[in-house]
Design a protein around this ligand. Structure first.
Ligand code: I3P
Length: 128
């Protein structure tokens, strides 16, 4: 049987490095603060970790690998948002709670893959 034959372990969909900034919290606009983030799509959530490259070897302790934040994708909305930044390849993710994030990559193929994968999770949750 497969390691997750009981269906209890969330499936890892995707992981990688993206530039990230939060632009709203509960509908309230925030000042942009772009930084690289290790982004993991697992189960119904997008989980953000510190950029591994910005960490010193000594910071690689188990206790330091906890997420910085995590986003519930149920009911979330995804839009290309090149009008919201001077950077290329930007999309906006808005949660039901009114938190808004911009995610960006210099690599076209990479950002398109992220967009498609996140949208497919949102669509799956919409159908549940
Ligand atoms: C912001 C910073 C951001 C930029 C933002 C600036 O200035 O340069 O990188 O967003 O533009 O306001 P500061 O560091 O002084 O806060 P982009 O890189 O996404 O363009 P904006 O205000 O037009 O969103």
């Amino acid at each position: 049987s497969s390691p997750d034959s009981d269906g209890c372990t969330p499936e890892l969909e995707k992981a990688g490095l993206l530039n990230k900034t939060k632009i709203a919290e509960g509908g309230r606009k925030l000042r942009k603060n772009w930084s690289p983030s290790w982004v993991v799509l697992v189960g119904n959530s997008l989980v953000f970790f510190k950029d591994p490259k910005s960490q010193t070897p000594s910071s690689w302790k188990p206790g330091n690998s906890r997420p910085e934040s995590s986003v519930d994708l149920r009911g979330a909305q995804l839009h290309w948002a090149n009008d919201l930044s001077s950077k290329k390849n930007v999309f906006k993710l808005r949660t039901v709670t009114g938190n808004e994030f911009l995610l960006q990559s210099e690599t076209d193929s990479l950002i398109i893959e992220w967009y498609k994968t996140i949208q497919s999770v949102i669509d799956r949750l919409d159908r549940e």
